[in-house]
Design a protein around this ligand. Structure first.
Ligand code: PLP
Length: 407
């Protein structure tokens, strides 16, 4: 499959639909991406002809479903270049993956007086689970500040690291600012003081090639729905030696080896962390989504997205009275802005009437609204199927919103 934008758009049936009798322009990809035929067909086929529970049956359908489910795991391992398939745990998404680590790692390794480092640009999913576990374990949550240019303050980060730091939990790409954090440097610095590192890859997975053996972080997580896959499926990668030491986060079927009323022994990895019937169709759909992206070529896809993103940044920047928050030198596909003094909901509602889907509000980063002293942001976020023609429609909608709200 070569990269042909019209071909790519043709793979996504939703892009053919109209909203308010106009062609839909979907720029809310950081919230969730649309799904190609390949993923939709996979789900349809599973429920039509293959549906069965995994790991439990000796009958043919169950064995087939199990094989497909485990093949999906193998594909994720390959996609991330993880060392072992046992390091790939299926979860409901990034949120569940982070909660799993906060609870399971936290209860085992975080003690009174220890410190957990996050940053000012984290999504609520990478703030609240750490707040909860720090409170429970008597640990301190430290927050690395960002700079004027919406980048992590690496000098402050280095200063905040110490032998008390148990884990650093940082986003790979900010969903609000688009900033790409220097995760390779963060991992090296954190490991130097003996801290573990969790990278929230929710906004990176569709746009940046990931090589976990090279990156050497201890945990990495993402959601399927942000990489053209289904909702309700995601991944937690964890290093085997850590996962082996951690206790399960949820308990029930699948995750046990032997149960008596006196004692339970746990299943081997990765099943120890997959209690209950998993999202089987979701895992198969995720497999198809990653396959789709692999066939397109993630680097080619990213190059196209970058072109569209830069075009949008440039055009938006030419509009008077616009404040752009996506200012980092290294950034990708999330473009947050405001019209000076205008509430983002008002801007978003007008843009919507042009059939352009953007997101407005705190974007699950309320601390950033306080830092920038705004009620929220308007965010356009791009995916592989967006075009510069769509950007023109979006820019026109912003100009119209401006003339209605600011004249
Ligand atoms: N982390 C980041 C950076 C995100 O952008 C999101 C979702 O927007 C999440 C975590 C949470 O992802 P999910 O809701 O799929 O669990």
């Amino acid at each position: 499959m070569g990269f042909d934008i019209q071909n790519v758009r043709g793979n996504f049936p939703i892009l053919r639909r109209k909203v308010y009798e106009k062609q839909l322009v979907y720029l809310d990809n950081a919230a969730t991406t649309q799904k190609p035929d390949m993923v939709i067909d996979r789900l349809n086929n599973f429920y039509s002809y293959e549906n069965s529970n995994v790991h439990r049956g000796i009958h043919h359908l169950s064995q087939e479903a199990t094989a497909c489910f485990e093949e999906a795991r193998d594909y994720v391992q390959k996609f991330l270049n993880a060392h072992s398939r046992n390091e790939i745990i299926f979860t409901r998404g990034t949120t569940e993956s982070i909660n799993l680590v906060a609870q399971s790692f936290g209860r085992k390794f975080i003690n009174p007086g220890d410190e957990v480092l996050i940053s000012q640009m984290e999504h609520h999913s990478n703030i609240v689970p750490w707040q909860m576990i720090c409170e429970e374990r008597g640990a301190r949550l430290l927050v690395v500040p960002i700079t004027e240019s919406a980048e992590l303050n690496m000098k402050a980060f280095e200063k905040m690291l110490s032998d008390k730091t148990r884990i650093v939990a940082i986003t790979h790409v900010s969903n609000t600012l688009g900033t790409i954090n220097p995760v390779d440097i963060i991992v090296k610095l954190a490991h130097r003081v003996g801290a573990r590192v969790l990278i929230d890859g929710a906004q990176a997975i569709a746009h940046l090639p990931i090589d976990l053996q090279n990156l050497d972080c201890d945990f990495y997580c993402f959601s399927g729905h942000k990489v053209y896959g289904p909702t309700g499926i995601g991944v937690l990668y964890g290093k085997v030696e850590l996962l082996e030491e951690m206790l399960p986060y949820q308990c029930g079927g699948e995750m046990i080896s032997e149960v008596t009323f006196e004692k339970t022994t746990f299943n081997e990895l990765p099943y120890k962390f997959e209690a209950g019937t998993p999202n089987i169709a979701g895992a198969l759909g995720l497999h198809s989504a990653l396959l789709y992206l692999d066939r397109l070529g993630i680097r080619q896809a990213a190059a196209h997205e970058d072109e569209v993103f830069k075009y949008a940044l440039d055009k938006l920047g030419q509009i008077d009275q616009i404040i752009i928050y996506s200012r980092a030198q290294h950034k990708t596909t999330s473009l947050s802005f405001n019209l000076k003094g205008v509430h983002p909901y008002d801007v978003g509602s007008i843009i919507d009437k042009f059939a352009v889907a953007v997101r407005t509000g705190h974007l699950c980063t309320q601390p950033l609204t306080r830092i920038f002293q705004v009620p929220g942001f308007v965010r356009a976020s791009f995916a592989v199927y967006n075009t510069t023609e769509e950007v023109d429609i979006f820019i026109n909608a912003v100009i119209q919103a401006k003339s209605m709200l600011m004249s």
